[in-house]
Design a protein around this ligand. Sequence first.
Ligand SMILES: [Cu+2]
Length: 160
Amino acid sequence: MKRYLNGLFILPVLLLTAPMALAAEGGLVARDAWVPEAPPVAPVMAGYVVLENHGAKPVVLVNARSPQFDKVQFHRSVEKDGMAKMIRQKQVTVAPGKSFTFAPGGYHLMLMGPKSTFSAGQHVKVTFQTQHGETLPVDFEIKKRDMGGMGGMDGMHHHH
Ligand SMILES: [Cu+2]
């Protein structure tokens, strides 16, 4: 993240040229992005991905959205007193030189309100946004649930 990006006056110029892309700056890179296939009636789906920060500063993700879902939240599955529950995370931080893993049973993207049904082989597009407004579009592949072990579990304890 470069300091001049904070200048408000430069924003319209950037919007006219290209979105501020994290990956293009050698900052954040996504890999192994996937979504377990869910029954057509599922109100939520979970997304998993590994985010690597190749930059020199922490990357703080404050938002994610997908044109294919009503909304996307960061969730963390925890077990407390033998009960599994999910806690919404307002943001996640990827430390410089480190990776942050969204994986079954831990942090996940909660994809809420699918606008259509999905099946294995299809793709979900999710765009992450940092606290500074940079964006990182990531392509998630839908895979059969059994490929991910407990992959579908993160959607089972959701409370509306
Ligand atoms: Cu969740």
